[in-house]
Design a protein around this ligand. Sequence first.
Ligand SMILES: O=C(CO)COP(=O)(O)O
Length: 248
Amino acid sequence: MRIPIIAGNWKMHKTIKEAIAFVDDIKDHVKNTDVEVVLCVPFTLLQSVKEATKGTNIKVGAQNMHWEESGAFTGEVSPLMLKELGIDYCVIGHSERRQYFNETDETVNKKVHAALKHEIKPIVCVGETLEQRENGQTNAVVKDQVIKAFKDIESSKVKDVVIAYEPIWAIGTGKTATPEQANEVIYQIREVIKELYGEEVYTEIRIQYGGSVKPNNVEEIMNQEDIDGALVGGASLKPDDFVKLVNF
Ligand SMILES: O=C(CO)COP(=O)(O)O
């Protein structure tokens, strides 16, 4: 049984004060849920959010990390540093990082290896541009990203990875892939995992959808057979909306 996972990706938003107030607002309303609840927050908020969520079922994630444990990498944060804070998840390869910060399939793969080594669960993002979709390349593009992200990852570790399918044209645009479109690509991603790792892993791995998920469309998305959760940007910043997403 795959436990659905609703993760907020706060991107570059919120001060410590705002983050603590957010957790205080939501924590009593996300208790009796059958979904795993995760907040992926900026580095500066990790420690405060970790403390504020103590004793709740809310897990905490980062949004990026380096693959080395330490070294001369000015401005970077290592998996060891995240592990020390008790961080559960890390978003890896978000399209904004691929687009603005030179993230490549190769660095994504290194980060997936590093996260798993330190028992941080990677949320690996894949997705196509509008142009790629219009040219009928969606499945090929996403398949290539998945194969490269999982290069040399051992089968026994794959169930700890979450994949987030986020079509780039649906991020922050208000345009959602239809639930059927999202399910179709996610089904294909699961088939790729089956080709790579076989039947058992294929049934276990969780695959989320991300891109303009809101309280008014979450239920329809979550009702799709192959979709195991959502990675939510904008709507995860508002306590009321986030509570509605988690209790869809
Ligand atoms: O990028 C996203 C989550 O990682 C999606 O962002 P929005 O929910 O704001 O479209």
